[in-house]
Ligand binder design. Structure first.
Ligand code: ADP
Ligand code: MG
Length: 566
């Protein structure tokens, strides 16, 4: 084919792919425009996972009637004018790409009225072309309505996840901006239901209460608002709130980092925060934190990617050290110094209960309530003789072919997992009713997932029902978890939304993990024997449900050569 310049429509569609990846990207771009317009109230409404409808309404500056069409031209922006401006961007947008990109892949209506104009302007676009324009009444501000997103881009449409997933991405975007701009009143309606509402009081803690709930908010510490000198040349101001290690989470979603109030997924900053929490969190745990870094726009480049979520700092070292110091000092200064016993429980570190106590408890946990299916072959693991326990975490056993070191937690996880799957298929999961129903608060993102998963959870013994805005009522939990932190388990599960696999399996994995004996727990000979006997009966005893090995074997041959070499 001969070389030729592409038609503008084709160019738009190609470029739109970079800016508009999914419905949440549209929400992000529109909300950024509202914020750039100085709005103090922003209302977001979505339907059908954002594919049927996205509407963002603000009370910002509005667009002058004469400029409305221009706003939909590629590279048309009111935010920068020259190369110099590009060096010091203080607005969220500047590339002039969002509106034309959205219009290239959806049907867009806009109603906008700028200050001093007699009426608003209504504009309707199809395939990026204006099809209707008239004047229409509205107060100052802008409403953009996006319908039938990706209807003409089947490849993109196919790639989208379920409405629940897309809604949760949308809730995430709005939540992040609500945290970055506590002075702005945000509302988010998902399929007609209010999912988030912030007061716009200007106080970060108020936004945190709305986004993460009271429980998290109570455990947040304010970063001292003083210039954390990052180095000779740059002055970096670090503000926000960091969560006490007691409310750590099992994924990174609760870490919100902003540079001049622009959300960023900078790895450098995340690393600086992780460094600040060093030694305070259990491995695999991540902090809850909302941190804004203010510095001169000249010292940061945001023009790296069309979505503008990556940033480059002129002086990376200064920024890293400012963030690390600010967070670390806050944690150290404001955190009550815990006593040793408290550390053990609060951080989930191994506590070593008295021998007698453990046996009774572990007995209950380890004894299967059902005989294992008789057809399960008992040939996969030879009979083992227990020799003892190592480091309160591993069972040492002897088999006909050598020495076995069994990870007690991983092994018990596998046993429970198999049992749960089996009990669930027979609908025989043991349930523990709660004396009093317990309320359970979730984030907007978690709410979306939980609402659609109550039934799956019910199959495993959780009786959970909606109870007002972002609150659920828990009436019963699986007996296996009655004395465990089941709330933490459910939260982790809801956060693992992106994970693969079917839900039933994921719930079983999670329950097995939380129900299993922990590393660091002393086991009696009897308990170890029971655990190993149960492991011997299982078809797949060698890995835990996460796929990690439950045991290592040292063959007699290996042992011989080890000693022979010396
Ligand atoms: P950018 O934000 O990069 O300038 P956009 O395509 O997102 O590019 O928007 C183009 C222009 O339209 C903006 O520069 C701004 O002047 C105007 N605009 C868009 N949305 C709004 C809004 N909600 N309120 C006021 N002006 C807006
Ligand atoms: Mg924009």
């Amino acid at each position: 084919m001969a070389i030729r310049v592409l038609e503008p429509q084709v160019v738009s569609r190609i470029a739109a792919g970079e800016v508009v990846e999914r419905p949440a990207s549209v929400v992000k771009e529109l909300v950024e425009n509202s914020l750039d317009a100085g709005a103090s109230q922003i209302s977001v409404e979505v339907r059908g996972g954002g594919v049927s409808l996205i509407r963002v309404m603000d009370n910002g500056s509005g667009i002058p009637a004469a400029d409305v069409e221009l706003a939909f031209d590629r590279y048309a922006t009111s935010k920068i004018g020259s190369l110099d401006d590009l060096e010091s961007i203080s607005s969220l947008g500047f590339r002039g790409e969002a509106l034309p990109s959205i219009a290239a892949v959806a049907q867009v209506d806009i109603v906008t009225r700028a200050a001093g104009e007699p009426a608003g302007t209504y504009l309707s676009l199809q395939d990026g072309e204006v099809v209707n324009r008239e004047s229409q009444g509205r107060s100052q501000g802008t409403t953009v309505t996006v319908k039938n997103l990706f209807r003409k881009v089947p490849a993109r449409l196919k790639f989208l996840k379920s409405p629940v997933t897309e809604n949760s991405h949308i809730a995430n975007v709005v939540s992040r901006y609500a945290l970055a701009f506590p002075g702005v009143k945000f509302t988010l309606f998902i399929d007609g239901r209010a999912s988030l509402r912030t007061p716009g009081s200007g106080r970060l803690i108020d936004s945190i209460i709305e986004v993460y709930g009271l429980e998290v908010a109570r455990n947040m510490l304010e970063i001292e608002d003083r210039g954390w000198e990052g180095g000779a040349a740059s002055s970096v101001l670090v503000t926000g709130m960091v969560g006490s290690p007691a409310i750590s989470r099992s994924n990174r979603d609760y870490l919100s980092l902003f540079v001049n109030r622009r959300w960023t997924n900078s790895r450098l900053l995340a690393w600086a925060v992780a460094e600040a929490y060093h030694g305070l969190l259990m491995p695999g745990k991540h902090p809850v934190a909302v941190i804004n870094i203010s510095l001169s726009p000249k010292e940061v480049d945001i023009n790296i990617h069309p979505t503008k979520s990556e940033v480059k700092f002129q002086n990376e070292h200064a920024v890293f050290s400012a963030v690390q110091k600010a967070v670390r000092q806050t944690l150290i200064r404001l955190m009550p110094v815990p006593k040793i016993e408290e550390v053990a429980t609060a951080y989930g570190a191994p506590s070593v209960p008295r021998q007698g106590l453990v046996s009774a408890q572990a007995e209950r946990i380890l004894t299967p309530s059902l005989p294992l299916a008789p057809q399960t072959p008992a040939v996969t693991l030879p009979a083992l003789r227990i020799l003892g326990q190592l480091s309160s975490s591993y069972i040492i056993a002897e088999g006909p072919d050598g020495l076995y070191l069994i990870d007690q937690h991983a092994a018990h996880e596998r046993i429970l997992f198999e049992r749960l799957q089996d009990q669930r298929s027979r609908q025989e999961i043991e349930v523990q009713g709660l004396l009093q129903p317990v309320t359970f608060e979730v984030s907007p993102k978690q709410e979306e997932v939980l609402k659609s998963r109550c039934q799956d959870l019910a199959e495993f013994g959780f009786s959970i029902e909606p109870f007002g805005e972002r609150t659920f009522l828990v009436r019963a939990v699986p007996a296996l978890l009655a004395n465990k932190d089941w709330a933490e388990m459910v939260r982790e599960l809801l956060d693992s939304l992106g994970g693969k696999g079917d839900w039933g399996e994921r719930i079983a994995i999670s329950m097995a993990c939380h129900g299993a004996v922990k590393a660091g727990q002393v086991l009696t000979d009897d308990e170890m024997r029971q655990l190993v006997r149960q492991l011997e009966q299982i078809a797949t005893p060698h890995t835990c449900p996460h796929g990690r090995p439950t045991m290592v074997r040292l063959s007699l041959g290996q042992l011989g050569s080890e000693f022979g070499r010396r």
